[in-house]
Write a protein that binds this ligand. Structure first.
Ligand code: DX5
Ligand code: ZN
Length: 229
């Protein structure tokens, strides 16, 4: 089955004083889901927001919430984010916790489980979790996590293709520096979920941008990206 192309605005790029309005704006723009970046100031240098903001997003945007845990101990916070309304919880492969056990715990809370790979982390780090059938999504970071507005790192493109070849029906997402130009480059390597903060929240007409992205991404998407030469 061909994975669906989805566009996810990242709330990190919204005006932090007007988050409710930002969630409504993303919903009215027709975004497929909303991405929320949880940062603890330890796993990454920045601190963002917690479960209360996820609960607000559930109320103002809806149930399609992608929650990206950039925290040192994601295993300690699963229930709080589940109760707040996350649809998928993404943990990092680099987190110093029992990653396999945490992925299992996410599923046991009735939530989709995702694994995130930092730009330097190779595709093979996902293998043991894929083989164990623990993953609903793999997120490839195309910036170093912690801040919005950074430049896309093109070196991650071959990793997307390698992951798509390993797992044809999986949701494969890309996060960091995504816009109408970099998104299609990732789609051509097999990515199907596109997280964009600065580019979408900075747009004059978010609805038009979401439609434009979807068209360009669908045209570029390669379900079977070519193997490396
Ligand atoms: C970065 C976050 C991203 C961020 C993307 O650590 O994981 O989700 O919000 O922002 P842009 O699209 O501005 O690079
Ligand atoms: Zn993110």
């Amino acid at each position: 089955m061909k994975p669906a192309i989805r566009v996810l605005p990242s709330l990190l790029a919204a005006d932090m004083g007007r988050l409710e309005e930002a969630c409504v704006r993303a919903r009215e723009a027709g975004a497929d889901a909303l991405h929320l970046d949880i940062m603890d100031g330890h796993f990454v240098p920045n601190i963002s927001f917690g479960p209360a903001v996820v609960a607000m997003a559930r109320r103002c945007f809806g149930p399609a919430l992608s929650v990206h845990l950039m925290v040192t101990r994601p295993d300690l916070h699963l229930r709080a984010f589940a109760e707040a309304g996350a649809e998928v919880l993404l943990i990092h492969a680099e987190a110093p916790c029992d990653v396999a056990g945490t992925l299992r715990d996410i599923r046991s809370l009735g939530i989709r489980a995702g694994l995130t790979l930092n730009p330097e982390t190779p595709a093979r780090f996902a293998d043991r979790y894929l083989e164990a059938g623990l993953l609903d999504e793999i997120l490839c970071m195309s910036v170093h996590p912690g801040f919005g507005g950074q430049a896309f790192i093109p070196n991650v493109l071959p990793k997307l293709a390698a992951l798509r070849r390993r797992a044809p029906p999986l949701d494969l997402s890309i996060d960091g520096g995504i816009d109408a130009e970099t998104g299609p480059r990732a789609a051509a390597q097999g990515a199907n979920l596109f997280i964009a903060g600065t580019a979408l929240f900075g747009a004059g007409d978010m609805a038009a941008e979401v439609r434009r992205y979807r068209e360009r991404l669908a045209a570029a998407f390669a379900p079977e990206p070519p193997a490396e030469a």
